[in-house]
Each structure stands twice: as C-alpha cells, then as structure tokens.
Design a binder for this molecule. Sequence first.
Ligand SMILES: [Zn+2]
Ligand SMILES: [Zn+2]
Length: 452
Amino acid sequence: MQLYNTLSAEERAIIIDDAGKQRLTLSFYAYAKIQDPKKFRDDLFLAWNKLDALGRIYVANEGINAQMSIPEENLEAFRATLEVYDFMKGIRLNEAVEHDDHSFLKLTIKVRHKIVADGLNDETFDVTDIGVHLKAKEFNEILDDPNTIVVDFRNHYESEVGHFKGAITPDVETFRESLPIINDQLQNHKEDKNLVMYCTGGIRCEKASAYFKHQGFKNVFQLEGGIINYAKQIEAEGLESKFIGKNFVFDNRLGERITEDIISQCHQCGKPCDNHTNCENDGCHLLFIQCDDCKAAMENCCSTECLDIIHMPLVDQVRLRIGKQVGNKVFRKGKSENLKFKHSGELPNNSLATAEKQADIRQKIKVKKVLLGKAEHYYVKAQVGLFTIENHDLNTGDKILISGPTTGNQELVLEKMIVNEVEALTAKIGDKVTFEVPFRIRLSDKLYKIVN
Ligand SMILES: [Zn+2]
Ligand SMILES: [Zn+2]
C-alpha cells in the first residue's frame, strides 16, 4: 500500500504535461474534532492518490487545511471523498482565480499539532465564538464606515504585493506574531470601532476573530473565504475591488493578480514590480521581488555574493552550506540588507504602475510538449548549445522549447543542426546535437519538442 509520494516534482511535471489535462487549483479548510489524525491522513492519501490529486495538506486534532491541484474531470469524485466525512459535507472549495497545471507537483499530507501555527492555547478561550462573516459586498460597505479598522492578518511579503486600501499591515513574518501586536495597538478601541479582518482564504481569521472577541473586542468581523473568495465575488457581481494588487499564494504560482495595479518595487532596482522569486542559490533561497531585467543580470540571485556562489562547482557550494541554517525553502521569509527597495509595515495605497495584460494563463495548458533531452553545454561566444537526445527524435523545422529554472521557457524553431559533428536533418536517441541558441542556456536545461 503506497502511503507516500514517490515521484519527484520534475517527473510529475512531465507526466502532467504529457497527460495534457486541465487541472484546477483550489483550497479548503475545516475546523473539527479529529480523533485519529494519522488514520485520517492515510485514508485521505489513499483516496486522493487514486484521483491524481496533488497538494500540501495539514491535518490535526483540530481539523484540516488543504491547498490542492485536481484534474478538472475528477472534481466530482474528489468532492465525494470529502462528503464521506460529516464535517466536510457541502464544504466550500475555494477555486483559484488563476489556474496553473504545475501549482502543486506532489501530494503531501502532514499530521501537525495544529492546522495553522497560531501560537494560541485553545483551552483558554472559546474558539467557536468567531467574528461575523462578511461577503464581498458587505465587506466593501463596512470598509466605507469611518468607524472601521481593517487589519491584514497575513505576513509582510504577502501584503507588500497586494492589500486592502487603508489596511493595517503588521510587519510580521508569522501569523502568531501579529496577534499580540494588533491587540496592543488597538487597546483603546475595543468597544467603539469595528475590527474587520482578512487573510488569504479565511482560515487565519477564524481563529484570530475568536481570539479578539475573547480579548474584549465587541465588533469583530471577518472576510468570508478570504481574498480568494472576495476576488471571485467582485468579478461575479461587478463590484469595485477595494483590494489592490496581487494575492500572494503558497504554491508554485506565488501570486494571482486581483487588479492591474502594481504597488511594490523590484527589491534590487526599484522599478515597479510584484513578481516574487526565490534566490537561485540553493544555500540561500531568499524569497524576494525581482524584475525581469534584474533576473537576467543577476541570474535570479538576490546578491552578488549568491551570484558568485552559483558559479562555483557544486561540491564547493555544498561545503559552504554545512552548518548553516537554510529555512523552509519556498517560505524563507524575505528580508536581507541587500534588498534596497523592500518595504514592510506601512505600505502605500496607490498604484505605481499598471501590469501588462498577461497572456491567457490557460494557453500554457493547451500547449503539448514532449521531452527530448537535456543541455550539456553552451558555447557563449558562438551562441551554440550542445544537447543529448534521450527520447523520441528531433528534426529540423521542429518547434522546440528550452526550459530551466534560470533560463525560463524559451521557444524557437530549429533551422539547422549538427548531429554528431555532421549537418543532418534528423537526430535520434543517443545523438549529440548542436545548434544556434540566441540566448544563454544552462547545464541540464530541458529540451522539448512542441506538438500542436
Ligand atoms: Zn529590477
Ligand atoms: Zn541569495
């Protein structure tokens, strides 16, 4: 019986692309009394693995918190696996605003002490006495009330790229830090103000609203389903968005656009930009905002120090990392003195620039590609790449894609190639192929053929 993930992220990405099926990114949570979280976890893994469901899920005695990617055609079957449990009957699944087939590449279900690290002792207050849920329209109305204080219960790197206008955005790295800070700050407004709160999908506010009621706040409200659901409702009902910018999300997309406003800057050059990335140096992996120009110049690194490191042989890189604490990769909290344009705490409420219309994100899904092989070398001066063919064959005239973490996704049409040192029209498995590549590529970049 397989109870754990066995494929690597890369292997999974290829399988997903080859299957060519549309996938949905969604999230949900439920607070409930789970007697045996380990058994609950195993049962879910078996049911979901069969449905090709992927994602990051936490289960605990207090409930479940899930972020997932599901093949669209399996959505009803997936729903049926939830309906088995009384506490998940009719549960709202928050569908993402923008879908990406690669949002999750593994099925990871972990048993935790809690489903959200809130640092609270639930025995000391009534966790079921929560704040009033507001829908988008009601939320907009209460924001117009001068007696309202609105608080963002997310972290600094989330509110930096998007937040509700006028919100208090605590300069914190974790949810648990924000609770006492806000409690202190609003000490004198427990009775006269509306305390209105929001987070990404609503889960943090379920607990925070109960905590603040227990602290004596009289008028506590929370955004139902968080920013994700708010965005859906304003679109469906044609309401004004009082949220500006991007909604940061904890998957490979790192953010979904809610309005065209860019409210943050590239941390390196200051240009308006709201694209998060992780430093290319695996020993650093800092989460920060980087524009395309800086990405190219710095090869996706956060600093010249990291740039030097990624050009060292791998053995030396690993040696440098020994004894150093590398945080939880994707979520390594982005602060470093190298980042000159990083802002946190008080954030602007105005747009710095307008985002260019992105190509339809679903386009990516329609393109089918076949993995052919990998890059072995790049001759910088001649602008020629050397590749080994490992699958299928390559023909002149083929539309190809070269893809890698630093190179990105670059397409071109193959006009001429040298196969095993002779010019030829076809290359087969095992052949060494060179051809002109007008941009820099990296060792182990993948070579695909695009088939339409
Ligand atoms: Zn820049
Ligand atoms: Zn770095």
